[in-house]
Design a protein around this ligand. Structure first.
Ligand code: DX5
Ligand code: ZN
Length: 230
């Protein structure tokens, strides 16, 4: 199992966003998680395609390899913005199935733009829809907080849902990342990994500390002890 840590730039200093992205990549980030909120699907307003385009050139490691830009859409409707973010440089575009009228079509549209496509499930949302579109899904993102804000507490029922999602993914035999988002810290990341997750979003836990590297290293040390190994 290769674990990925995806810092959410929602908790970064927006006045120095390019610098923050480079700093967190130098500290060991595997993906850059980019939260898009529309003050309609969620009660908050964040950043749009122009900002994605501006930070894309910063999504690169010191050795020149690219770091995937993981765009999490908390918007309704989905399709026009999914296309706009793909064109702005997103590598992964995830959306909430309850925000799209035609989920299968939205997945196809994202993949046709050359991006990996993913579905996001809120804490109270069942995984039912996944069964019918799993052949078009590259990422399953489970929300472990209600979407809209950083800095909330992890909701424990996510762990049982994560185990269920892991079984569905393994049964499909497909290469699908299982990502969890919200309230992930050094002291709970291992439990989330043990429940089957392989990709971990963390905003306030990383950007709230003076040393991003210290937090990411501590998370990796926890993951090295998880059931599937680091
Ligand atoms: C919440 C966002 C998260 C958020 C996570 O709606 O989707 O990505 O930034 O922040 P923390 O890690 O602080 O819970
Ligand atoms: Zn997110």
């Amino acid at each position: 199992m290769t674990y990925r840590i995806a810092p959410s730039i929602l908790s970064a200093d927006f006045a120095r966003l390019g610098e923050e992205v480079r700093a967190v990549i130098e500290a060991g980030a595997d993906w850059i998680h980019f939260d898009v909120m529309d003050n309609h699907y969620v009660p908050n307003l964040s950043i749009g395609p122009a900002v994605a385009q501006a930070i894309k050139p910063h999504c690169v490691r010191p050795d020149g390899t690219a770091v995937p830009l993981d765009v999490h859409l908390m918007v309704r409707p989905v399709d026009a913005l999914a296309t706009a973010f793909a064109k702005a440089g997103a590598d992964i575009v995830t959306f909430h199935p309850d925000a799209s009228t035609h989920v299968d079509r939205t997945l196809q549209l994202i993949r046709a733009e050359g991006c990996r496509a993913g579905l996001v499930f809120n804490p109270a949302a069942p995984l039912d829809v996944l069964e019918w579109v799993i052949d078009k899904v590259d990422v399953v993102l489970l929300m472990s907080v209600n979407p809209g804000f950083g800095g909330q507490s992890f909701i424990d029922s996510t762990l049982a849902k994560c185990e269920r999602a892991r079984r569905l993914i393994d049964a499909s035999g497909r290469d699908i990342r299982l990502e969890v988002d919200g309230g992930i810290k050094v002291d709970n990341i291992r439990r989330v990994a043990d429940a089957g997750a392989d990709t971990f979003v963390a905003g306030s836990a990383i950007f709230g500390q003076p040393s991003y590297r210290a937090v990411i290293d501590a998370m990796r040390a926890e993951l090295a002890g998880a059931r599937r190994g680091g």
